[in-house]
Design a binder for this molecule. Structure first.
Ligand SMILES: C[S@@+](CC[C@H](N)C(=O)[O-])C[C@H]1O[C@@H](n2cnc3c(N)ncnc32)[C@H](O)[C@@H]1O
Length: 340
């Protein structure tokens, strides 16, 4: 199998970690319930570096996470500042600075994927959100992590989703860069996927080579002949969604969903992913949760969640957002620290 090699490539080295519970947040708005065990299940918001947090989760959750979505730093070389909505802190959402050292970024991605693979359930799905800077590297590394370590046929890449949007400036010396890429990987061929929940209406508008006709009951139908067979579809039926998503826009500056945390993704994007790849009560993980988009979408759809970020500001925004949601479960705020 082809393999990507970089300076210092190595499997992650485990370190000692401790988890400190900072508090539990109950079902009644914002109420801190103290440090007692709050019942059978509680969601977790972890403040800590992703390597430490993912190691801390292994003992309890290895092979048990149904869906992982990550939107890591893209190696932009930039520092992202908070929007006007966030008045506290140092004004910085997060740094995406790697000193142009691709090797260390690739090693960091490799370690992240390695830990995530361990946490993912056999029938689970991993969605990795990146852009033109790193998607091609990530694919080769993910191929190694997924296909190389799994004896199961059917492991590996399922989709390369293009999230196409219109926001941002337009380059003059290249084509305007207007998409992110979301890679979908699974551990086996037996993964959860509900195309019917996220299907798009076939509609009356011509999109391809199908012929538009009127069916016997007066409804519009589309027909196409292929290999001697006639295929007929009603215009009011749904068809599975394709892998170019142009119907979810970036949050504009004044969108009420905006928290002020930089590079915030719309909840609609996560809702689509969760609806497609999870069942109610499934366990969802995001170890770069930023403004908390994944736990918020999980709460709205009745999924359980684990979320992490190393940035204090991200944890504060996420906590605040979650307290405004109608929650089904208690969540714990925990901090994860390295111990020597
Ligand atoms: C692109 S943003 C995520 C945005 C998020 N999806 C949202 O919609 O708000 C990346 C996040 O990764 C976090 N991060 C970067 N490096 C990290 C690390 N090593 N461990 C944990 N979090 C990290 C940053 O603090 C930042 O919040």
């Amino acid at each position: 199998m082809a393999e990507l090699v970089w300076r210092g490539k190595a499997l992650p080295r485990p370190s000692g970690v401790e988890v400190v519970v900072e508090g539990f947040y109950g079902l009644v708005d914002g109420e801190v319930m103290g440090a007692g065990a709050p019942g059978d299940w509680y969601n977790r918001l972890l403040h800590g570096e992703r390597g430490l947090a993912l190691q801390a989760l292994q003992s309890e959750f290895a092979g048990k996470v149904d869906l992982i979505y990550i939107d890591p730093p893209f190696m932009t070389g930039r520092t992202f500042k908070n929007g006007a909505q966030i008045l506290t802190g140092d004004g910085i959402s997060y740094h995406d600075i790697w000193n142009n050292d691709l090797d260390s970024y690739l090693q960091w991605l490799y370690e992240t994927f390695y830990y995530l693979y361990e946490l993912l359930a056999k029938d689970g799905s991993l969605y990795v959100h990146l852009d033109w800077r790193a998607t091609h590297y990530a694919r080769v590394i993910l191929d190694e992590v997924f296909a190389g370590r799994s004896r199961s046929k059917g492991a590996g890449l399922k989709n390369e989703i293009i999230w196409h949007y219109q926001s941002g400036g337009r380059a003059q010396k290249s084509f305007a860069r207007k998409h992110d890429t979301i890679l979908l990987y699974t551990k086996t061929a037996e993964y959860c996927f509900h195309s019917e929940r996220i299907g798009q209406p076939r509609g009356e508008k011509k999109r391809n080579h199908m012929r538009k006709e009127v069916g016997p009951d007066g409804h519009t139908i589309w027909t196409i002949r292929s290999a001697g067979k006639l295929y007929t579809y009603r215009a009011d039926s749904t068809m599975s969604l394709d892998d170019v998503w142009s119907d979810i826009s970036h949050l504009h500056q004044k969108d009420p969903e905006r928290t002020g945390y930089a590079t915030q993704k719309p909840v609609a994007l996560l809702e689509r992913i969760l609806l497609a790849s999870t069942e109610e009560n499934d366990l969802v993980l995001d170890c770069f949760c930023g403004s908390g988009v994944t736990p918020v979408a999980a709460e709205r759809l009745g999924r359980r969640w684990l979320a992490c970020d190393q940035n204090k500001g991200a944890i504060a925004v996420t906590r605040q957002r979650l307290l405004q949601e109608t929650r089904r479960n208690v969540f714990a705020l925990q901090s994860v620290n390295r111990i020597e």
